[in-house]
Design a protein around this ligand. Structure first.
Ligand code: BES
Ligand code: ZN
Length: 859
């Protein structure tokens, strides 16, 4: 990329050791003032000191050498590099010096750097000052050496109104009067840490607290009136913290762990060391109004952020190229922690759908990227907080854990964390730790998975001599397949299961192809499944005989849930890739009518939904709906609307999901019941169970008109629970008529929707095949506003990524032209991915449309 300046790293000759930093945010004027003294070590004499600074007004700079202060002659800003350089009249000698900087800035409304968040209490707007620094926005709050490997200690002081609560990474050690109704809150020194993990928060908060059995004080802070929603999060955090303490065998190093619910928050949550911030819907649980799926989400998010307290905070990636070490790992271990806290939630099966599934989808594109990717400019850095770093990262860690076994995996982690505590690492350091503990060739095996894009398709074939398997990169778009050729093969930990007792054989496949031992030959009454438990990061394709032999073990559940899920997923992917005709895949899906597992149904629903979207505008769309209803009929009858006493977590999730599908495909009884329930909702009295609300709202919207629209929007505006707002907003995109959909789009950018929620509302409309065109027109028209609001952040790619839902080449051309004229920094790769998807969708439809129409006639 031409725009990229590759020399973005600061000089290695200037090292900060310690910062003494004081900040005074003013919530009314939205300005802040700051003063800092940075203790620096200069490896050589210098006249210039360069550090990061963005949108800050630096008032004065002086170095103090041997108690003598020397002011900088000149301050030079480099906007592109986001740095400030201080130029001194004469050379500063090498060794330890102090740099004193006085600066000021604006508390912005963009949810990055030091920013202002608002909420309404008793009809009055109140403000909070808070921070979001990852990846490269600490430089917006104070001049600093803003790279993950430049670690230092911090003494933070916040000057805030006397009545406010001030929170930072550690505990307050001293509170003194400041005058004009203010106080100075001085915090204990932090451990040696990276700048992106600092947090400064001030506002009116209430909190609940509890100690872990190891003695760490855990507190959950909320805006006034929400304390009763914090209990679940508190318990989860206390238990997760103890879990990690034991699992990593390293005590959490701070005396306190604070978790703060922030009304305006760009991401889901942020792992600031000792002061973890969350958006409200990822932390709070209302005893009367929250759903089971929110509960699970809250547990997962907490487990994820607390894992970072070790993986990320204690041991940090050397540079953003290794971001996946943070995010991939936390996205794996969050399941381990939640599974240990809530063993009945069946988290690991859900992993196979959620993380493994989405990773296999994205990484099947030509426009994916290797897990380890060179990044320089902030836009490039923001761009890699994506499915590859998170979900592919988590999936290959899970594959490795399966290969090493639980104990070696855990011991390898312990070794790695101990060895690199308070330091920085790259990917290879993690492999070295596992290699040392296990004696297995981890570095050799894993380098292909992190260093190269994509993953293999394993094709099984049968001959007189028995079974063999070959590997080749999988592309979801048949056009990309031509790229296959000289790539090195992956090292694949392979497990194959055979027959009813599912005897599992493990191998390491290192070459392009292998012949399987003759003991694995498959007789007439047996079957054979590759990738038992879907533990590997690849797909599998079988010859027809072996594929057919798997139908019975799917029906009678001789195969486990993850295997049943993997089989239908791979067949569906093969249809998109042009290897299997869509109708054959649908016939295969029909063998799942007896299925009862929540996660397997989630996979089926998503597979059938993709085809539904593809053919939504075809004349046979209704026939497809009827087919889908026939697939769901049996399970819909089984789950019903009423909960049963003592039913499990996943049974509740299953009911919500199945009813949603059944209603969406048009079952009259389901629609009627949803309508009846909706009509009973009164302004301050919602009798619908939280687990059924999204079902009811969506179905009513889908088959509703102006009256339903008016009621839902009124409910949206009145809702105080963020989760409830999200549920309603989703339904506001489900209407069929243009008029309400246009209103929803307008609402998304109005003051009634928080900027953090806008993209979610637009996504609701875009995912509706009848709303996609409108949503795209809307985004195009207001593009400047979107760019201004979401700049180079993560949200912009979420928005742009929705374009993948289209399936016409003409639309693809238009989108390409649009982004040529209106570049979307930090979303350039997402645009390419979306275009690739559109062409792939178009080819898929063209290929199978006729056959599908004919086949549906016979159903
Ligand atoms: N470190 C991230 C937060 C983040 C995301 C910062 C993107 C900067 C850019 C945090 O640990 C995270 O991954 N949060 C997730 C939730 C998690 C459960 C996957 C999020 O915000 O979605
Ligand atoms: Zn994370």
């Amino acid at each position: 990329m031409a725009k990229t300046n590759r020399n973005v790293r600061l000089s290695p000759d200037i090292k900060p050791l310690h910062y003494a930093l004081t900040l005074k945010p003013d919530l009314e004027s939205s300005l802040f003032e700051g003063e800092e003294i940075i203790h620096l070590f200069l490896a050589k004499p210098t006249k210039t000191i360069t550090l990061h600074s963005k949108d800050l007004d630096i008032e004065s700079v002086q170095v103090i050498v041997d108690k003598e202060g020397i002011f900088a002659l000149k301050i030079k800003y480099d906007e592109k590099a986001e740095t400030a350089s201080f130029i001194f009249a004469k050379g500063i000698p090498k060794g330890e010096i102090r740099l004193k900087i006085i600066f000021r800035g604006v508390l912005n409304e963009k949810m990055r750097g030091f920013y202002r968040s608002s909420y309404v209490l008793d009809g009055k707007t109140r403000h909070i000052a808070t921070t979001q620094f990852e990846a490269v926005d600490a430089r917006r709050a104070f001049p600093c050496f803003d790279e993950p490997a430049i670690k230092a200690t911090f003494d933070v002081s916040l000057i805030v109104p006397k009545a406010s609560v001030a929170i930072s990474n550690t505990v307050p050690t001293e509170i003194t009067e400041y005058g004009s109704g203010h106080k100075v809150v001085k915090f204990a020194r932090t451990p040696k840490m990276s700048t992106y993990l600092l947090a400064f928060i001030a506002g009116d908060f209430e909190h609940v607290e509890k100690r872990t059995k190891e003695g760490v004080l855990v507190r959950v802070f909320v805006t006034p009136g929400k304390k009763h929603q914090a209990k679940f999060a508190l318990d989860c955090a206390v238990r997760s913290l103890s879990f990690y303490n034991k699992y990593f065998n390293i005590p959490y190093p701070l005396p306190v762990l604070d978790m703060i619910a922030i009304p305006d928050f760009a991401a889901g949550a942020m792992e600031n060391w000792g002061a973890v911030t969350y958006r409200e819907s990822a932390l709070l649980l209302d005893p009367e109004h929250s759903s089971t799926s929110t509960k699970q989400r809250v547990a997962i998010v907490i487990a994820h952020e607390l894992a970072h307290q070790w993986f990320g905070n204690l041991v940090t990636m050397e540079w953003w190229t290794h971001l996946w070490l943070n995010e991939g790992f936390a996205s794996y271990i969050e399941y381990l922690a939640v599974d240990s806290l809530f063993p009945k939630w069946d988290m690991w099966t859900q992993f196979v759908y959620g993380d493994l599934g989405v990773a296999l989808d994205l990484d099947a594109l030509k426009n994916t990227h290797p897990i380890e990717v060179n990044v320089h400019h902030p836009d490039e850095i923001n761009e890699i907080f994506d499915t590859v770093s998170y979900s592919k990262g988590a999936s290959i860690i899970r594959m490795l854990a399966g290969y090493l076994g639980e104990r070696d995996f855990r011991d390898g982690l312990r070794h790695y964390l101990k060895k690199h505590s308070y330091g920085n690492t790259s990917t290879v350091h993690l492999w070295e730790a596992f290699e040392k503990v296990s004696g297995k060739p981890v570095t050799r095996m894993m380098s292909g998975w992190t260093g190269r894009p994509g993953y293999p398709l394993l094709t099984v074939s049968e001959s007189k001599n028995g079974l063999s398997i070959k590997q080749e990169r999988f592309f979801s778009n048949p056009i990309s397949k031509k790229l296959n050729g000289s790539e090195r093969p992956w090292s694949i930990p392979l497990s194959v299961g055979k027959g009813a007792k599912a005897k599992v054989t493990k191998l390491l496949m290192e070459g392009r192809s292998i012949s399987l031992p003759s003991a694995l030959a498959v007789g007439n009454n047996s079957w054979f499944k590759v990738n038992v438990g879907e533990s590997g990061f690849f797909r599998t394709s079988y010859p027809k005989r072996l594929q057919d032999a798997l139908k019975d073990p799917i029906k009678n559940k001789q195969l486990g849930a993850t295997d049943r899920l993997g089989l239908v997923r791979d067949i569906m992917a093969a249809t998109e890739a042009g290897d299997v005709v869509t109708t054959d895949a649908l016939e295969f899906a029909e063998h799942y009518k007896n299925e009862t597992d929540y996660t397997v149904w989630a996979e089926l629903a998503s597979d059938l939904g993709r085809i539904k979207r593809l053919i939504a505008h075809e004349i046979f769309a209704e026939k497809y709906d009827r087919f889908a209803l026939s697939v769901f009929a049996k399970i819909a009858k089984k789950v019903g609307w009423e909960s049963r006493p003592g039913e499990g977590h996943t049974e509740i999730l299953l009911r919500t999901m199945i009813l949603m599908q059944y209603g969406a495909y048009g079952d009259p009884a389901t629609i009627a019941r949803a309508r009846r329930m909706f009509s009973r909702i009164k302004p301050h009295d919602n009798p619908v169970h939280p687990d059924l609300r999204s079902v009811v709202y969506n179905i009513v919207a889908k088959y509703g008109k102006g009256k339903e629209y008016a009621k839902l929007t009124a409910m949206y505006k009145a809702a105080t629970l963020h989760e409830e707002k999200n549920r309603i907003a989703g339904a506001l995109g489900a209407f069929k008529d243009k008029a309400p959909l246009k209103k929803t789009l307008a609402l998304s950018m109005s003051k009634d929707v928080r900027s953090q929620d806008t993209i979610g509302v637009i996504a609701g409309v875009w995912r509706n095949p009848l709303g996609a065109d409108l949503a795209w027109e809307f985004v195009k028209k207001d593009w400047k506003k979107f760019l201004d609001r979401y700049g180079s952040g993560h949200d912009l790619s979420r928005l742009v990524g929705l374009a993948e839902l289209f399936s016409s080449p003409k639309r693809a051309g238009e989108i390409r032209d649009f982004f040529k004229k209106n570049p979307a920094p930090s979303a350039t790769r997402t645009v390419e991915q979306a275009l690739e998807k559109i062409y792939s969708n178009a080819a898929w439809l063209a290929r199978d449309k006729k056959k599908l129409a004919t086949w549906l006639l016979d159903q």
